[in-house]
Design a protein around this ligand. Structure first.
Ligand code: GLN
Length: 491
């Protein structure tokens, strides 16, 4: 019974819980048992909140027993939360030693929404430190392992959430995507993940990496589950200054419509610049097969060119570190978490010693690059130029969306690599973000849906679907139709 429950998708679990065929407590306990038995192998969770998860589940069961309507379509279905959203009942570490054991004094808006929707939070998931990385190897608490092959990376920075889904430790998860941290882990673990339009999911209580790019988003094993979670977490929040006051996009309806398998009238653009001979051949083959299937579903396929995408990586790796250098100044040993102080140190010495001991190598590298890019004399040449490229990328997108409804590309140029393979080569690591970065720089939305296993190594490949700002429903329509046509992925 227990094993069966963890293999079910979230919408099936919700139907069973709401019909009172099975209780939320049973479902939540089954997942807690699974975490206890398998997570030693994967290290997807940094903290497990068994007691509060079961208490939340019991509340859902009691309300249903009293004849109340479920608080949301996902009420009672448990979830794994990336350890970058604050929670008052569990530590929030962001994968950093700097915040070891730190418990936030308030819940993030996203956490509050999950609680109000009756979604038990199983625990907090592993991540690259402060969301910087593509492999989850930059966590101070050890890497997460890919459930498809435990010698390989689960993607990053949200590798914990993706691995939790792929190993049936949670039917739903939350990630954040600043440059691809939801989509790339989804791609390399054969799960689904969406970066919603910037400004549609509150950043209040999301520990900042790069504020102009950060966006929380839903992760699941199916397109419909991801859509259901998307509607739970999206919405205007006056506590986030960049939140957009607009109705939540109808993504669930779009997923259901897409599942009928009809894409007639949908114009899909293949981005020429994101289809390269330098990508892994198996990834390109999987992508080309997906394009053929989308065509069979009735979509019109058009090739489009976005020449500025070539500079997205360079622009991103100036914009992001610049914002990081400013945002991470708050970790000053006075206000949060760690403090190194031998009792004889000045305030400056305490700060320097704490930051030296508390931050890992990649975080330090980015703080230094960002500080340099923002320094007087270099500001225009680096940060200023990066912002100009950002505008050019947005213009390329605008021109493309005059011709097509969505754009597609592989999510990642390659399948999951071996743990350790790229840790000493940051540029090689950054290349895995090639296809995901343009969306973040433009503030648009995008999604990764599994496109099967690569013919060259049998490992997961993701199809990326991109859409303009506030057109998130298009992602789900295309992804749901494709998911049906593709069929189940089996090893
Ligand atoms: N891998 C990218 C980086 O290292 C993206 C990170 C993210 O989206 N949080 O910056």
């Amino acid at each position: 019974m227990t094993a069966d429950l963890t293999a079910l998708d979230a919408s099936t679990l919700a139907t069973k819980i709401h019909a009172r065929e099975v209780s939320s407590v049973e479902v939540t306990q089954a997942h807690l048992d699974r975490i206890a038995s398998v997570d030693g192998e994967y290290n997807a969770f940094l903290h497990v909140s068994g007691e509060t998860a079961l208490a939340a589940a019991a509340q859902v069961d009691a309300a249903l027993a009293a004849g109340e309507a479920p608080a949301s379509p996902l009420a009672g279905v448990p979830l794994a939360l990336k350890d970058v959203f604050t929670t008052t009942d569990a530590p929030t570490t962001c994968g950093s030693k700097m915040l070891e054991g730190w418990v936030a004094p308030y819940d993030a808006t996203l956490t509050t929404k999950l609680r109000a929707a009756g979604i038990p939070v199983l625990g907090k998931t592993n991540m690259d430190e402060f969301a910087m990385g593509s492999s989850t190897e930059n966590s101070a608490y050890g890497p997460t392992r890919n459930p498809w092959d435990t010698t390989r990376i689960p993607g990053g920075s949200g590798g914990g959430s993706a691995a939790a889904l792929a190993s049936n430790q949670a039917p739903l998860a939350i990630g954040t995507d600043t440059g691809g941290s939801i989509r790339q882990p989804a791609a390399v673990t054969a799960t689904v993940g969406t970066k919603p339009t910037y400004g549609t999911v509150s950043r209040y209580g999301l520990v900042a990496c790069a504020s102009s790019l950060d966006q929380g988003g839903p992760c699941g094993r199916t397109v419909l589950d991801t859509a259901l979670l998307h509607e739970v977490i999206a919405g205007y929040d006056p506590r986030d200054s960049t939140s957009i006051d607009t109705p939540v996009r109808p993504v669930v309806e779009a997923a259901r419509q897409g599942a009928t398998g009809d894409l007639k009238g949908m114009r899909i653009g293949v981005v020429k610049e994101l289809h390269s001979d330098s990508y892994q051949p198996g990834v390109i083959a999987s992508f080309d097969a997906a394009v053929a299937q989308l065509k069979e579903l009735g979509a019109e396929i058009v090739e489009v060119s976005c020449p500025s995408f070539e500079y997205a990586l360079a622009s991103y790796y100036l914009v992001l570190p610049s914002e990081v250098s400013s945002n991470l100044a708050r970790f000053d040993a006075m206000r949060y978490g760690m403090r190194v102080d031998d009792g004889n140190m000045s305030a400056d010495q305490v700060m320097a010693a704490t930051r030296a001991a508390g931050f890992g190598k990649e975080v330090k590298r980015r703080i230094m690059i960002g500080t340099y890019a923002l320094s007087s004399g270099y500001y225009d040449a680096y940060y200023g130029s990066a912002l100009k490229v950002r505008t050019l990328i947005a213009r390329d997108f605008d021109a493309a969306y005059e011709k097509v409804d969505v754009l597609i590309s592989p999510t990642s140029p390659f399948t999951p690599w071996k743990l350790g393979e790229k840790v000493d080569d940051p540029l090689a690591m950054y290349l895995s973000d090639l296809c995901t970065l343009p969306t973040n720089l433009a503030g648009h939305c995008a999604m990764s849906v599994p496109s099967g296993l690569s013919a060259d190594d049998g490992l997961p490949v993701g199809l990326q679907i991109m859409a303009p700002a506030l057109a998130d429903e298009r992602l789900y329509r295309v992804a749901a139709a494709y998911e049906v046509a593709r069929g189940p992925i089996t090893r």
